[in-house]
Design a protein around this ligand. Structure first.
Ligand code: SF4
Length: 293
């Protein structure tokens, strides 16, 4: 991880209430993300630390080293906490997790307090914690979402520069499924004119089915403030021929409704032809969590 500055932090609080979402609480063990996805919507959170969310998002990363301890004390104080999503604004299994094991410590705390949880990540490192996930699934329920925007390894390297190749991520889906963990594939974000063709969508949904995913969910690219700057920077660098059409499509944050509807229809068609595995094969307590994220 050359060129990355790691800043260890002692957080005062970790679990955040999240109104109006399918989950009620969120935990982000890191700030910043080594994966540096060009479309990352979480880049704006660097601004809260007066950091540059375009240039420094992947090169100045904050590690909340005391997170497991703080989670335990917050759970002890508030027994109503449930439906916790881990990794809504960072990747909880980015490479630093291999050393720091902060996410693992948080999962152990959630298991000990029997709190149902969901994880979202692009990293196969999540399989390291299958043992904790199994015990959390047994006492409270857990689901893991692994994001795969495309099965095209070259394109993936272009848009998610330091994430493991899509095939490796699908191997992680398979390992989680075989371990009895409810595992979703997040086909996200879908990028107009880059990953929105029917064959590209089909490839991800088919691979998810073959790997044993319990569900595929998706969303189309949103471009707001810093994400817009980062994504147009990528287009200038790698896809200048798309700048004009993206400027037309994204006059605001969202793609036009007609584009989103077409994407929804393609995903629906793929899901129909390559349905996810039957829920009956998933342990009951985990099934409860399928819609957590
Ligand atoms: S893995 Fe997630 S948090 Fe990290 S850069 Fe990519 S989209 Fe952002």
């Amino acid at each position: 991880m050359r060129g990355v500055e790691v800043v260890e932090q002692r957080a005062k609080s970790i679990i955040n209430a999240v109104p109006g979402m399918p989950f009620s609480w969120s935990i982000n063990p890191y700030r910043g993300c080594y994966h540096q996805c060009r479309f990352c919507y979480a880049r704006r959170t660097h601004r809260y630390l007066e950091e540059d969310g375009v240039e420094r998002w992947g090169s100045r990363i904050f590690v909340k080293v005391n997170a497991p301890t703080v989670v335990r004390s917050e759970l002890a104080r508030n027994r109503a906490i449930d439906q916790v999503a881990i990794g809504t604004a960072t990747d909880p299994y980015q490479p630093l997790e291999g050393t720091y094991r902060v996410t693992r410590g948080i999962l152990e705390a959630l298991r000990d307090y029997r709190v149902s949880s969901g994880i979202i990540t692009r990293s196969p490192l999540v399989v390291r914690d299958i043992d904790v996930l199994q015990s959390l699934a047994a006492v409270a329920g857990v689901s893991v979402s692994i994001s795969v925007a495309t099965m095209d390894a070259d394109l993936a390297r272009e848009i998610e520069p330091t994430v493991a190749p899509p095939a490796q991520r699908m191997r992680a889906v398979r390992m989680l499924a075989e371990a009895g963990i409810a595992v979703n594939v997040a086909l996200a974000p879908i990028l107009p004119q880059l990953t929105d063709r029917a064959d590209s969508i089909d490839a991800v949904v088919r691979a998810a089915q073959e790997a044993g995913a319990t569900r595929v969910w998706h969303n189309a690219l949103n471009l707001h403030d810093i994400t817009r700057d980062a994504f147009f920077g990528y287009l200038r660098e790698r896809r200048p021929e798309l700048i004009a059409s993206y400027a037309t499509l994204y006059k605001g944050t969202y793609a036009p409704q007609a584009v989103s509807r077409e994407i929804d229809a393609r995903v629906a068609s793929a899901r129909e032809r390559f349905p996810a595995r039957a829920l009956e094969r998933i342990p009951t307590r985990a099934v409860v969590q399928l819609s957590l994220i």
